[in-house]
Design a protein around this ligand. Structure first.
Ligand code: ADE
Ligand code: ZN
Length: 325
């Protein structure tokens, strides 16, 4: 079994982490105090006791209300910096991190406050050896109009984001709902990715849409693609990365999907390992690699391949990517 030192020493990229999902209980409480926000809990133990998830919906019901403590630019800076430093300690060299602007703008926090704080943290990360990029995620359970307004609010900050994504509750919110907004984002030069969650009935149809109509550059989760060998062949040929999150999977489906991830790896698909919402699911990237190796029964060679995949699937420039391959 690969040791912790081996896993941390392996250079890795993290491509699927929600910055709001890195809000640790102690920072949540500190921000609540700083901003005078009552979150109904006053100790780390009380906060942790509220983390009992068995589905995406039960997770999201805890995740969104917690964001009320994030108000000022400094709050967003502190949130992202804590995560970037933690990731760096795990041997992560490059991050492409999601943020959910609509979860803040709908509470009255300006887009500018969010992006300015997060970008300042991303820029400062270079000082401790980490390159960091931001991916703007639209909430799929909000309207396409709201996503469009959010894209327009982001365009003045176009250079501060590398791409757009789609997250939150997938039921009844297929990729096609956002095809036009994603087309506009592509026109603005942004990369595209969308969540195709593993616990969704009919998710193979959503995977078909993201590869066909939307033409994404990556898929977040997406292990259900094994249901359609033609789609597996397509992502392999197009070198489309799948950003898998085994520990997160184990919370929302009681299954890491380790067998599926190993099968995709064996088929030559660009699968990667990521933490998703580490403060809630209890594992940052290094622990995710270790837990996955144990569950999947794999060794160093496969972890090395998964780490290489993380750079190949990244949106680094060709020159920067080459330095890691
Ligand atoms: N937002 C944060 N984490 C998410 C996940 N795992 N799936 C969908 N939306 C999310
Ligand atoms: Zn996610």
């Amino acid at each position: 079994e690969p040791t912790a030192a081996f896993v941390s020493g392996l250079p890795k990229a993290e491509l699927h982490v929600h910055l709001e999902g890195t809000l640790e209980p102690d920072l949540k409480l500190a921000l609540a105090t700083r901003n005078g926000v009552d979150i109904g809990q006053s100790t780390v133990e009380e906060v942790r006791a509220s983390y009992a998830f068995d589905s995406l919906a039960s997770f999201l019901a805890v995740y969104y209300p917690a964001m009320n403590v994030l108000i000022t630019e400094q709050d967003f800076y502190d949130l992202a910096t804590a995560y970037f430093r933690r990731a760096s300690a795990d041997g992560v060299r490059h991050v492409e991190a999601f943020f959910d602007p609509q979860a803040h703008t709908t509470r009255g926090v300006p887009f500018e406050t969010v992006i300015t704080g997060l970008h300042r943290a991303a820029a400062d990360a270079a000082g401790y050896g980490l390159s960091a990029e931001l991916i703007l995620c639209f909430l799929r359970d909000a309207s396409a109009e709201s996503a469009h307004e959010t894209l327009l609010a982001a365009l003045p900050y176009r250079d501060l984001i590398v791409g757009v994504g789609l997250d939150s509750d997938e039921r009844g919110n297929p990729p096609a709902k956002f095809a036009e907004v994603f087309r506009l984002a592509r026109e603005a030069g942004l990369r595209l990715t969308m969540h195709c969650d593993i616990d969704q009935v009919g998710s193979i149809e959503n995977i078909r849409q993201v590869l066909g109509e939307v033409r994404v550059d990556r898929i977040d989760h997406g292990t259900n693609i094994l249901e359609d060998p033609a789609l597996v062949a397509l992502v392999r040929e197009r070198r489309i990365g799948l950003t898998c999150c085994p520990v997160s999977n184990s919370f929302v489906t009681s299954d890491m999907k380790a067998r599926e991830i190993v099968e995709l790896l064996g088929l030559g698909v660009l699968v990667t390992l990521n933490s998703d919402d580490p403060a809630y699911f209890g594992a940052y990237v290094a622990d995710t690699y270790t837990a996955f190796a144990r569950q999947a029964g794999i060794g160093r060679d496969e972890l090395v391949q998964l780490a290489r995949n993380s750079f190949e699937a990244s949106w680094l420039s060709d020159a920067d990517r080459q330095g890691y391959l």
